[in-house]
Design a protein around this ligand. Structure first.
Ligand code: FNR
Length: 381
């Protein structure tokens, strides 16, 4: 199969990854309306084509929180990435390192913080933190992230309660996954995936198992995880985490201008306009729709990043034109991984990079700093 688009990777991943894990990636909450709007709202925005502009010497290079990036695209944190492909987080981190973009490891990853550091020769990466009730555990995670040379902490605020995803419920995807006969039969039809999993020795939640007492078996791990997300999370926790961490803090899951201002007041260096890929509050605005309002509110004070629905380099350019300083991709990375492991993630990045570079040229821009609303057709955003 010749792979030329992210959609090609999605189709291949669907064939190769067991249904319960593929569906976990390719789903949103409740009616999935926000999940769909994340993608479809990008399509409404139109470019202005320019001609006879000198487009030689173009570059997609930029910076995110002061760190150089070969294009303004980071890998978003995604839980259970190591179930799309054995050692998934390590493979995605390696692909990101080779491409010169940041990789963000989720708290809920299969491979641990230390696995990533060791297997990428201590190349700096970003670590995503969930606020949990066990504050001593958070402190230890922050220390481990520091020891592993993480160069930014991404603090996710939009998952104190879990959005209901019907596909996961039907498939029995819980921690631990329910190995029903249907799931076992489906896994048996994915020999590449099974072979990879049989040859890896990773634990289910690598950042947690072995680091919290009493989470040794799957049952107790599951109880611990489900009781941990802290419904009492408040902005004072954000300030506390910023103080403990001391480095770059990126606050993720902002959709409202008021919250964006609060993030600035509580020490964020950047915010990510995000609805968690349409997996949390269904019926919330799409990320690209929310972006311009938030840029207007805090764009002068802080870097505004966004994620949700980016499926091409054209989408990246639209977000940049609307004031983002960087973007993240979740599912495009997961599809690449499920389709072809590290090579698939690299392919996803190559596809997005090429689309970004060519679209810049069509719009008459040669560098990211020159990308602004002028490249978009008024009335379409
Ligand atoms: C996520 N996301 C997420 N975010 C986070 O902060 N911590 C996490 O553990 C996860 N887990 C997770 C799992 C899966 C399967 C998906 C698809 C997403 C949200 C993620 O970081 C990001 O916000 C979205 O994926 C962006 O949307 P796209 O690029 O997937 O459309």
């Amino acid at each position: 199969m010749i792979i030329t688009t992210i959609e090609d990777l999605r189709q291949l991943a669907q064939k190769r990854v067991p249904r319960m894990f593929y569906d976990y990636a390719d789903s949103g909450s409740w009616t999935e309306s926000t999940y769909r709007a994340n993608e479809s709202d990008f399509q409404k925005i139109k470019f202005r084509q320019r001609v006879a502009v000198n487009m030689s010497g173009r570059t997609t290079a930029s910076t995110m929180v002061g760190q150089p990036v070969s294009m303004p695209v980071a890998i978003a944190p995604t839980g259970l990435t190591g179930m799309q492909h054995a050692d998934g987080e390590i493979l995605a981190a390696r692909a990101a390192k080779a491409f010169g973009i940041p990789f963000t490891l989720s708290t809920m990853s299969i491979c641990s913080i230390e696995d990533i550091a060791t297997k990428t020769d201590n190349h700096p990466f970003w670590f995503q933190l969930y606020v949990m009730r066990d504050k001593a555990f958070i402190e230890r995670l922050i220390e481990r992230a520091r020891a592993a040379h993480c160069s930014a902490l991404v603090l996710t605020l939009d998952l104190q309660v879990l959005g209901q995803r019907h596909k996961d419920i039907r498939n029995g995807l819980s921690a631990p996954p329910k190995l029903t006969m249907a799931n076992i039969l489906n896994m048996a039809t994915k020999p590449r995936w099974c072979w990879g999993m049989l040859n890896t020795k990773r634990r289910f939640f690598g950042n947690i198992v072995g680091h919290v007492s009493g989470t040794g078996d799957m049952g107790s791990l599951s109880d611990w995880v489900s009781g941990q997300f802290d419904p009492e999370l408040s902005w004072s926790d954000v300030a506390w985490i910023k103080e403990r961490w001391g480095g770059k803090l990126i606050v993720k899951g902002i959709l409202d201008e008021e919250d964006a201002r609060l993030a600035v007041q509580h020490g964020a260096d950047a915010i990510v306009v995000s609805n968690h890929g349409g997996r949390q509050l269904d019926g919330a605005m799409s990320s690209i729709q929310a972006l311009p309002r938030i840029v207007d509110a805090v764009g002068q004070d802080i870097e505004v990043h966004m994620d949700g629905g980016i499926r091409s380099g054209q989408d990246v350019l639209k977000a940049m034109a609307l004031g983002a300083k960087g973007t993240y991709i979740g599912r495009p990375m997961l599809y690449g991984l499920g389709a072809m492991g590290e090579a698939g993630v690299t392919r996803a990045l190559e596809i997005i990079h090429k689309e970004l570079d060519l679209t810049m040229a069509f719009c008459g821009r040669t560098e990211m700093a020159a990308v602004d609303k002028e490249i978009l057709l008024r009335g379409t955003y």
